[in-house]
Structure formats: C-alpha cells, structure tokens
Design a protein around this ligand. Structure first.
Ligand code: SAM
Ligand code: DTB
Ligand code: SF4
Length: 330
C-alpha cells in the first residue's frame, strides 16, 4: 500500500526515485497509478496556437521568441470564429480538452484578451475542457478567465530554479510562481510542468519536480516536454534525450503527484510507439493530440488512435462539470 499523498518531498528523495533501477521505478509508478487513476485511459488534449511568434521573452528553447532568428514571422491573433471551428474539429476527432496558446509575455487588458474570454466561453459551450497559456497574469485577469469558465491555465516552470537563469533572462522564477498563485486563487486548475533535454542536470530535474510536488494541492496537470530543438534557437544543437529519461520523469511525477494528469507533451514524434507505451506504463495519461503542437509537428492523429487501439486504451472524457478531473468513458 502506498502512503498518503505528500507535499514535503526533498531533493534527495526525488533524486533517489529518478535514479532508481528502471524496472523498480516503473513498477512503483504503475502501482501508484492504479491506485489513483483509471488504468487504461489516456486524455487527448488538442493544442492550438492562437497567436504566433514575435514574443518579447528570450526563452532559449522557444521558436516564437523575437530574440531568435527562426524565420517563423509574427502573426496577428486568430479570430474567435476560427478558433471555435478548430475546437469543434478537435472535438469531432475525439479530443476532450482544448488548449489555446499565445506567444505573449503577459496578458494585456483590451480587445485581444476580451476575444480570448470569448474563445474560452465558446470552447466550454462545446462541452470541452478549456485551457489557455498566455504568459503572466494578474489576479484580476485570472478572475476574468475563471468567470468565462476556464478549466485550466498552463504556465510552465520549465526547469529547476537553479538552472532557470541559463534558459530565460527576461523574467524570473518568482514571476512564474506569482502567476501560478493568481491562477490557483481564482479557482482555475493548474497545468504546470517543464522540459528535459536543455542541458540541465538530473538535480535540476529533481528540483523542478520538487517545486511542483511541494505545491499544496499539487498541480492537477503536469506536462513533461522533451526539447524540440528548433534551428535558429540557442538550443538548436542540443542532442536528443534518451527516451528512458522521459520514462523516468513521467514515473517520478506519477509517484510524487498521484492525482495529477501527467501529460507526455512535446517531443513525442521522436519517440517509438514502444517508448510512448513505456511512458504510459510509468504513469503518463495524457497526450497532445493533433497534427501540430504550437509551431512544430506532432504525431499524426490516426497513428495515435491506432496506438490507443493496439494497447486497448480509451480516451478520457471530461467529468460532468468538465473540471480537470476526468473520468473514464463507461
Ligand atoms: N508564452 C506563454 C508562456 O511562455 O507561458 C505560452 C506559450 S509557451 C510556447 C508554452 C510552453 O511551451 C513553454 O513554457 C515551454 O515549456 C513549452 N515549449 C516551448 N517551446 C518548446 C520546445 N521547443 N520544446 C519543448 N517545449 C517547448
Ligand atoms: C506544454 O507544456 N507544451 C505545449 C503546451 N504546454 C503549450 C507546447 C509545446 C511547444 C513545442 C514547440 C512548438 O511547437 O512550438
Ligand atoms: Fe514567449 Fe512563451 Fe516562447 Fe517564452 S515560451 S518566448 S514566453 S511564447
């Protein structure tokens, strides 16, 4: 029997879990998984970039930063109608959660934010969970998103606090934590995770997981991304990670945060089906589903559906109130 959920994990304890013999680690994670999560269900979350490029932040991994020469260009925000058409298509394809991203440093009050609120209301009226990732937020803006019915807000910490300054200089870890607090206070569920493969140490990964697992309550959703090394970004030459490192991150996140949805996020198109299945066995139970992530390619939808069929897994559907806690299709 696993112990009660804990909020006081230490770096050394987490390092020990991350670095445990792989079979022990996966077994422990799967044991926790079966205690707290439906066994054969994967959430399908669709992702749409509603505002591409030209971002003033200097995140070293990001193709949308105006500081890097990626040749992506800057687009104006999509219309509410265009976004809701995409959400409708995602729903028809089987997605239960619709995530909208904008290449903003922070939200500014005005017509663009009003349009986002309209998008959130529209997605919710389709019966889908709605998530946005728009950069930093004030408490008041978080309240307005909550009023519009937003299910979750994605705001990643990306890496451990000690490595953060090597990746981003235009904002601090504290800034990120402040937004997360505003989101939590507004009653919106938290989607917060990070990226591996940016040159960080195992301790940096443990420190990221420690920050997440010492939130009380834990984040409802934890995306684990593998760096997509995009030409023109400062991290373009980073070597790809060994897929087993992703398995370890998913397993450790599952053990530390038993009730969270753990999302196997960016970098999945570089993984074999078997590596993805190992991540599911290790406790990942959500994927980004759709041809594109924000600006880079994702796994084809028919391949994902085939994979779910082959392993006998079902898509998680939103609970009646479409909150972050999803229940399996009966
Ligand atoms: N601008 C907002 C922000 O930074 O919160 C929202 C969009 S931003 C692109 C969302 C997240 O995508 C980042 O926090 C980062 O974790 C992830 N991401 C961006 N580029 C990535 C890449 N090349 N590989 C893996 N993850 C990436
Ligand atoms: C998250 O953790 N990963 C997603 C989502 N949250 C917004 C973004 C991945 C972006 C990968 C690079 C790109 O496509 O631009
Ligand atoms: Fe901007 Fe977000 Fe990309 Fe950073 S990760 S450059 S904040 S879009």
């Amino acid at each position: 029997m696993e112990k009660a959920i804990r909020y006081d994990w230490t770096t050394d304890e987490i390092l020990e879990i991350l670095d445990a013999p792989l079979l022990d680690l996966v077994h422990r994670a799967q044991t926790v998984h079966r205690q707290y999560q439906p066994a054969n269900a994967i959430q399908l979350a669709s992702l749409l970039n509603i505002k591409t490029g030209g971002c003033p932040e200097d995140c070293a991994y990001c193709p949308q930063s105006a500081h890097h020469q990626v040749g992506l260009g800057t687009e104006s925000m999509m219309t509410v109608e265009g976004v809701l058409e995409a959400a409708q298509r995602a729903k028809e394809n089987g997605a239960s959660r619709f995530c909208m991203g904008a290449a903003w440093r922070e939200v500014r009050d005005g017509s663009d934010f009003d349009a986002v609120l309209e998008m959130v209301r529209g997605v919710r009226s389709l019966g889908m969970e709605a998530c946005t990732t728009l950069g930093m937020l004030t408490g008041e803006q978080a309240h307005r998103l909550a009023e519009a019915g937003l299910t979750a807000y994605n705001h990643n910490l990306d890496t451990g606090p000690e490595y953060y300054g090597s990746i981003i200089t235009t904002r601090t870890y504290e800034d990120r934590l402040k937004t997360l607090e505003h989101v939590r206070k507004a009653g919106i569920t938290l989607c917060v995770g990070g990226i591996i493969g940016m040159g960080e140490s195992l301790r940096d990964r443990a420190r990221l997981l420690e920050v997440l697992a010492t939130f009380d309550p834990h984040p409802e959703s934890v995306p684990i991304n593998a760096l997509v090394a995009v030409d023109g970004t400062p991290l373009e030459d980073q070597p790809p990670i060994n897929p087993l490192e992703l398995v370890r991150m998913c397993a450790t996140a599952r053990i530390l945060m038993p009730k969270a949805i753990v999302r196997l996020s960016a970098g999945r198109s570089a993984l074999s089906r078997e590596s993805q299945i190992l991540c599911f066995l290790a406790g990942a139970n959500s994927i980004f589903y759709g041809e594109k992530l924000l600006t880079t390619k994702n796994v084809q939808m028919d391949e994902d559906l085939q994979l779910l069929r082959d392993i006998g897994a079902e898509a998680l559907i939103p609970s009646a109130d479409a909150s972050a806690s999803t229940s399996p299709r009966k």
